[in-house]
Ligand binder design. Structure first.
Ligand code: CMC
Length: 376
């Protein structure tokens, strides 16, 4: 569609607010959380530390980190009647719909945390601790797995694996998931974070903002892309067919999921790190099929369209090799991004300005109202 003068479709390149939380250098392929390069955080940090960093703007001391870990352990359990509600949702439901509904319902049980404009970090911690439990509760019921326990001794990454596949991860698996959680935790004004900030900017509450964000993340142009990548790999099947199938899709002007980005003009640094983890997990499992297929798809898409992979290209191959169901990939994304969403909502409350852009009206203005009896 041609852009009308004065209209920035998709708000592309519009600078909507100031933020200290996250910086993306789309030309250099750099991603910074509160001043720290994502490559350093992925190599040395862990999800709990990154969540603390996003909320407080500084890295925790050992005591602060231990306290946060303890809080996550305590905050994982859901109110029993919410567990009942989640377990009675239709088993064929989309897990992102379950997540959106359950986040919204959780607010009913926590009126203090869900007060409009509450600036407490308690709600942020509660939601971050609770999301894996919501997804795990739903999945375990539909898969016939035993009920979930809070397992306070587990990190968020290890708890997520236990919740979704009912076994403790190996050290390597736990580290791979921890890195994936670090990399997904924030990404400036991506669509779901923007949705959360728009909601918060009306002085609505944190739980409403996160509900908006979950609904926005679900779409395939955003968090839903990681699930579609695995569908694509299953459709392609073998590396020999990759070239022809991708060519056909491109000829039909289809989008290849896991490629392209609104901000990065070079490779997404998160894709670079996840590619290496996909290789490592593939080697550890003795199954390089996904990795090889993805490398082939990457080569064709780059050659034909000049597009680079984004964060969603390699994540699903890691989750699949751990035995995680495909429709849980986007909920895993949400379990990490909730740290960023809540950090942005808290920042919005600190520097509040109603987010309300305008539209260029292109319809008529001088129609004459006809009584219904006179309309043909
Ligand atoms: N496959 C094929 N063509 C593409 C793709 C793709 N993945 N991405 C962009 N293009 C083409 C697009 O068709 C257009 O071509 P033309 O100018 O000939 O019409 C050109 O590149 C520019 O695309 P655009 O839609 O104007 O770019 P955008 O900034 O709006 O798109 C995007 C960003 C992420 C929506 C898009 O790249 C896309 O649809 N990618 C696939 C979905 C995906 O992987 N999403 C995850 C994004 S990163 C993580 C996240 O946010 O969740």
């Amino acid at each position: 569609m041609v852009e009308a003068p004065g209209v920035q479709r998709g708000l592309e390149d519009v600078v909507a607010l100031e933020s200290r939380i996250c910086f993306i250098d789309g030309l250099q392929g750099r991603l910074i959380y509160q001043g720290y390069d994502i490559r350093d955080l992925a190599a040395q940090s862990n999800f709990e530390e990154v969540a603390y960093l996003l909320w407080y703007g500084r890295l925790p001391t050992a005591a602060q980190l231990a306290e946060l870990r303890e809080r996550f352990g305590l905050l994982r359990a859901l109110p029993p009647s919410l567990v009942d509600r989640i377990e009675s949702m239709p088993p064929e439901s989309n897990p992102m719909d379950v997540l959106r509904t359950a986040v919204s319902a959780l607010a009913l049980f926590e009126p203090e945390e869900a007060k409009p404009g509450a600036s407490s970090i308690g709600g942020a911690q509660r939601l971050t601790a609770a999301l894996p439990t919501i997804i795990g509760t739903f999945h375990r019921r539909r898969a016939g797995l035993p009920p979930l326990r809070a397992r306070p001794e587990l990190s968020q990454a290890a708890y997520l694996v236990y919740a979704l596949v009912d076994r403790d991860p190996t050290e390597l698996e736990a580290r791979a998931i921890d890195v994936a959680l670090i990399l997904h935790a924030d990404h400036e004004l991506n669509a779901s974070t923007f949705a959360a900030r728009v909601t918060a900017s009306t002085l609505s509450d944190l739980y409403s903002a996160v509900t908006s964000a979950v609904g926005t993340l679900k779409g395939p142009l955003h968090g839903g892309a990681n699930e579609r990548v695995m569908e694509l790999l299953n459709e392609i099947g073998t590396t020999e067919l990759a070239e022809a199938i991708i060519q056909e899709k491109l000829a039909r002007h289809e989008r290849i999921m896991g490629f392209g980005h609104r901000v990065y003009k070079v490779e997404d640094p998160r894709a670079t790190i996840l590619r290496e983890w996909s290789r490592q997990i593939g080697e550890a499992k003795g199954n390089m099929r996904y990795f090889e297929l993805l490398r082939k798809v990457e080569a064709v898409v780059h050659r034909e369209k000049g597009l680079y992979p984004n964060v969603d290209l390699y994540s699903g191959s890691i989750y699949s090799l751990l035995g995680i169901a495909h429709d849980l990939f986007t909920p895993i994304f949400a379990s990490s991004r909730v740290a960023g969403w809540t950090a942005h909502v808290l920042e919005e409350y600190q520097d509040l300005r109603l987010i309300r852009p305008t539209a260029k009206y292109v319809g008529p203005t001088d129609l004459t109202y006809e009584p219904i009896a006179a309309r043909g």
